[in-house]
Write a protein that binds this ligand. Structure first.
Ligand SMILES: Cc1cc2nc3c(=O)[nH]c(=O)nc-3n(C[C@H](O)[C@H](O)[C@H](O)COP(=O)(O)O)c2cc1C
Length: 465
């Protein structure tokens, strides 16, 4: 991305993030702009057949993907225009994440702002292997397309995070930096998605991946904010989301989710206990493993299961369950474990390899080497109830719920030096049957394989801003 101007984040450095908007915004007392009518011509992002075409099968993936060619008609650069606007450098991100007295000021504190953005969605690793995917961010992304965008929205302005340059970009027209602060005003982290970026490779399968990744990003912001001592309220509500995006959203983006960053006068809360002080190193080490997920068949440390359970218990939303098929975790019986309502318990013992290999298939091929994984997680949501209640919007909502939990699993694995691979090569109907889910109600939206990383050909170096 390139910008035409480079500005100074004067506001943030002096404890302010706010800018004067070019024109008046209709602001509700909560700080959310009024709901604007959906942009004319914007198509339904999640048509009902996506459940069948992209969750219960993968037929929406074009054949061209195998060759790495763009899907037909998807190479148009206009669909993913670079962001224009005043550029504002962020402070260098800290090496460690912890609550500080500055946390009380929320995102108006420059160090807190920089840390939150960098460790939620920043560029953390550079893979210098020739022919590899060079840039890796805090959150996983299918073939590193990174369709999600993260925007900070206050009642008066909006700034887009540019992870590649560790900058903010003003996206709200010709706003100028002012010395104007809004004590107590709500601040939102808003997640949108540029489907075109992923559709270029994945064709009509892109909305499914984009929805998954939006959820994972929401989980990342929630987690990093907690580590910084910030209180957040994650949201799925469609009207609030549309209000936050109205007049700010580039035409090619879909609104996906948001978190309200709450102003607080309380001393900052301690970060997530399951991570203690280790979140930043875990995020810097997080990775999805080599091109083919074939981990070292070494047992994972015994603390892994407790940490996975604690991570799930800290997820932003609670209406999901997670089934863990455990093979190689020290001092833990192999078997089928379930996490639900904040608790983890074992429902079946015995080696679950046969289950993993029957679930983890695409068109008859087993998707990863389950024989050497430590465990594999399946995140299930209540699809039947959600579709009856929210119609087509259930797709977005449920992927936010499951995706935010999936990111936490990846981070918990990274904390133990393990790779965690989100892999969509699974048979959702088989998962329903074999995991004992409620038929026509529960659906698995994520399969996450976890195992000990083998030294591979890739060489990743940390990115420092
Ligand atoms: C939603 C989602 C779906 C993915 N699906 C697959 C998949 O089907 N097969 C696969 O090999 N990797 C899959 N991946 C893994 C990504 O390719 C991987 O995250 C990416 O290469 C970035 O690597 P990193 O997470 O180590 O930075 C998926 C990742 C995400 C986030």
């Amino acid at each position: 991305m390139t910008g035409d101007m480079t500005g100074e984040l004067t506001g943030a450095r002096t404890g302010e993030l706010t800018c004067a908007p070019a024109g008046p915004l209709d602001v509700e007392p909560s700080g959310v702009t009024e709901r604007a009518p959906r942009a004319p011509g914007r198509t339904e992002p999640f048509p009902p057949k996506l459940w069948a075409d992209a969750v219960y099968s993968r037929r929406a993936i074009p054949a061209t993907l195998a060759a790495g060619h763009p899907a037909p008609g998807r190479a148009d650069a206009d669909l993913d225009p670079p962001l224009q606007g005043l550029r504002l450098p962020l402070e260098p991100p800290p090496l460690h994440l912890a609550p500080s007295p500055g946390s009380r000021a929320g995102l108006t504190e420059p160090a807190v702002l920089a840390a939150l953005l960098h460790y939620s969605y920043g560029l953390l690793q550079h893979d210098v292997t020739p022919g590899g995917r060079p840039l890796h961010r805090a959150v996983a992304s299918a073939r590193c397309r990174y369709p999600s965008e993260l925007t900070l929205v206050t009642p008066t302005t909006a700034f887009r995070f540019d992870p590649l340059h560790h900058q903010l970009v003003q996206i709200n027209g010709s706003v100028t930096i002012s010395q104007h602060t809004q004590p107590g005003a709500s601040q939102y982290a808003v997640i949108t998605s540029r489907f075109a970026r992923t559709a270029r490779l994945y064709g009509d399968y892109a909305p499914r991946l984009c929805a998954q990744e939006a959820g994972m990003l929401l989980g990342a912001v929630h987690l990093t904010a907690a580590a910084l001592g910030l209180a957040t309220r994650p949201g799925q509500d469609r009207d609030t989301l549309d209000g936050l995006c109205a007049d700010r959203l580039p035409a090619a983006e879909h609104p996906m989710g948001y978190l309200e960053i709450l102003p607080t006068t309380q001393p900052p809360a301690a970060g997530p206990s399951w991570l203690s002080a280790g979140l930043a190193p875990a995020l810097r080490a997080r990775h999805s493993g080599a091109a083919i997920f074939d981990p070292d068949p070494a047992p994972a440390p015994r603390a892994l299961l407790a940490d996975l359970g604690a991570a799930l218990a800290a997820a932003p939303f609670t209406d999901f369950s997670c089934h863990l098929l455990v093979r190689r975790v020290a001092d833990s019986a192999p078997g089928h474990y379930v996490h639900s309502d904040g608790r983890l318990w074992q429902v079946r013992d015995g080696d679950p390899l046969a289950l993993m290999e029957r679930i983890g298939q695409t068109e008859g091929r087993v998707s990863v080497n389950f024989r050497s994984t430590a465990c594999t997680a399946y995140i299930a949501v209540r699809r039947g109830t959600a579709v009856a209640r929210y119609g087509t919007d259930a797709f977005r909502r449920l992927h936010l719920i499951a995706g935010s939990a999936a990111h936490l699993l990846c981070v918990a694995a990274a904390r133990h030096g393990l790779s965690a691979r989100v892999h969509n090569g699974y048979d959702a109907a088989a998962a329903e049957r074999l995991l004992g889910l409620t038929m026509d109600e529960e659906t698995v939206l994520f399969q996450v394989a976890i195992g000990a990383a083998r030294p591979g050909a890739a060489f990743r170096v940390p990115v420092v801003f």
